[in-house]
Design a protein around this ligand. Sequence first.
Ligand code: KIV
Ligand code: ZN
Length: 511
Amino acid sequence: MTERVKIFDTTLRDGEQSPGASMNTKEKLRLAVQLEKLGVDIIEAGFPAASEGDFDAVSQIAGKLHNVEVAGLARASTEDIDRAWQAISHAAHPRIHTFLATSDIHMEYKLKMTREEVLAAAAAAVRHARTYTDNVEFSAEDGSRSDRDFLCKVFEAAIEAGATTVNLPDTVGYAVPTEFAEMVRYLRDHVPNLHKAVLSVHCHNDLGLATANTLAAVMEGARQVEVTVNGIGERAGNTSMEEVVMAIHTRGGYLPVTTSLNTEYIHATSRLVSMITGIIIQPNKAIVGANAFAHEAGIHQDGMLKNPMTYEIMRPETIGLTHSSLVLGKHSGRHALRERLKELGYELSDEELKMVFKRFKEIADRKKHVVDEDLEVIVTEGILRTSDIFQLSYLHVTAGTTVLPMASVEMSVNGRSVRGAGYGNGPIDAAFNTIAKLSGTVSELLRFSVSALTGGTDAQGEVTVRLRENGLIALGRGADPDIITASAKAYVNGLNRLEYLKTHPVQATAT
Ligand code: KIV
Ligand code: ZN
């Protein structure tokens, strides 16, 4: 029988370490529910000792999910492990994930510990975690740059102390596939008790090799892969979940494993992560990029018409990319909307549907066809952001060749309605200045970009901003048929994310 490789999703922990990509608790819960539906085996919900906010999010996720394992990250210290356990103890399937660096450079400069001390601390951390649960993972941070024999000793000691999973991270994305595979083989041959634990890998993408390294390790016997949706994560990101899963799915004859994933939810999950984090997916991104299934060249199109397999190695339907036969427009009713949202992976309560339907009608009045991307924006802006501190309720802008650009804004700040007017160099500048004044914020706009959400001149404009305040950086995203409104929404979203970061300071963890 083909062996199964476990999918350990760390979008909510390592993924959230992407610059600017903080998520609030409501967004994390929504994403966690979607990941469970997608069928991942383990969700790393966060790092409870990092902040009260992280603790709270992990604890809520642990209470909500029933079928999936929920992991909480902890450094190899009693306090961190206690905190992680407090956050996840009520989960149906809790896992403590503790880690300690094993490379000489990390031990000498960061930890200031000797090899002997690290060896003892790793075993002690696992032993302590085992007093709470028999599901304990140990990670050797910067494992790929560690001395092999020392790493073997650490893994042996961790397993001896009770670790049920040992994880080899390529923390700085330095490994190359043949070397990484060889390292996994070395561990297999030199850790005498390795058969008592699941061997896992966790790769970063600094050299663009995360997926290749992960698959090379799977070929050598790794049976857990740590991944994020869309490959988001610190610096160049983590191994992309959809790339690994679809490689296994598509090349099943060559790769000797299967996964438990319901691949038809990949597209919806990828869009949800992009909407929530504000990180746009590059068009040529494998599997989930807008062009991943687009065939432009005439020769290719001709071949595709004769037999799709000439140029298509995967069917778009496999990842849930369907062209709905249901075209939504202003005459569509609540039932049709609910059905389409369900197909997209959004199960809404009656109250939520009411809100979404109202906004849907507004958009449908301005646009002939309301497409999936429009619906995703409505759900993200209307449902997931409702707990925001700042909310834009009214915007009126005047601009032109001979008038001073002016903006009138009404917004709510912590539930209190405020209004005012201001001017700027252009309509967007006027809107941003007025919003900044009303919200009492002093952020700096680092980047501003506009694109169209779909084709057509009536497409919604999608704006992303990057804001900085006191060293904190946040992304904001907004969409609307009117690009000035889209800009204002993106700006307000960025300000909300900055507020979240101010109240949820994240302690530095591993990369
Ligand atoms: O990259 C890394 O080393 C990590 C560990 C905590 C697993 O994220
Ligand atoms: Zn990592």
